[in-house]
Design a protein around this ligand. Structure first.
Ligand code: URA
Length: 241
């Protein structure tokens, strides 16, 4: 493991493990790490996908399907590569996200960025979205009827991105995506399958929880290592997905 990644892990306060597929040394042919795979031109989304994304964004911006529409500053659609190999799903916008219109831009977002960097992804390499597109008042948990009302948007985002793997951060996201009421502690540590395409899905703790509970970072690092193992081998062009 090279210097910067070691530093990120130190920042996160988690023990340093070695990946089974270390990146190539300078001068060697680069290994297919998640980050450089995402840059492969063959992964580029087809042009008509632009229309689908614009239509979806407009629909979300105009949404009044639940009462959260009345309290929002703006909707928080999602951000990142539309052809990302990794999609991160969080819970709902907080105050800062509601203000800026982008998911995970507050302190939890900073930690999420560091977690992604630790496994070789820049924030812009992945696609990040939430179960809810509007902020619940006082950052309360999303209500089931709100998640139901919003679910078609996340479903469509997943369909459009067609990620090779997903990371659910936190209880709300994990329980919603997996349709279970099991706690995160019992959902993490194994690879789940999401949807009809059986997208591999890893669950880990929410970065806001990790900020409050640094001792859980070691387990979260194990989850991230499991996730990156799913993405390293056999990267193929988007046409093969
Ligand atoms: N927490 C989330 O789950 N999502 C955000 O966008 C911000 C904080």
């Amino acid at each position: 493991m090279r210097g910067p990644r070691r530093r990120y892990l130190a920042e996160l306060g988690i023990p340093v493990w070695s990946l089974r597929h270390p990146p190539a040394a300078a001068g060697e042919k680069a290994a297919e790490t998640p980050a450089n795979v995402a840059d492969t031109p063959a992964n580029a989304a087809p042009v008509d996908a632009d229309d689908a994304w614009s239509a979806l964004r407009r629909e979300v911006e105009a949404c009044t399907r639940c009462a959260l529409a009345r309290g929002r500053t703006q909707t928080v659609f999602g951000v990142g590569r539309r052809d990302a190999s990794l999609m991160v799903v969080g819970e709902a916008p907080g105050a800062e996200e509601d203000r800026q219109g982008e998911p995970f831009v507050g302190p939890a977002g900073q930690l999420l960025n560091a977690m992604l960097r630790a496994i070789g992804f820049a924030r812009g390499d992945v696609y990040i979205a939430n179960v809810l597109k509007c902020r619940p008042p006082h950052n309360r948990d999303p209500r089931p009827e709100e998640a139901v009302a919003c679910s078609a948007y996340l479903d469509r985002q997943i369909e459009l991105v067609r990620p090779r793997a997903m990371l659910a951060v936190g209880r709300i996201s994990a329980q919603w995506l997996l349709q279970t009421d099991r706690p995160v502690g019992r959902l993490r540590g194994v690879v789940h399958r999401y949807g009809e395409r059986g997208i591999p899905l890893v669950v880990t703790y929410h970065p806001a929880y990790l900020l409050r509970t640094p001792a859980a970072k070691a387990k979260s690092w194990q989850d991230l290592c499991m996730l990156v193992e799913l993405l390293v081998p056999n990267e193929t062009s988007r046409a093969d997905r």
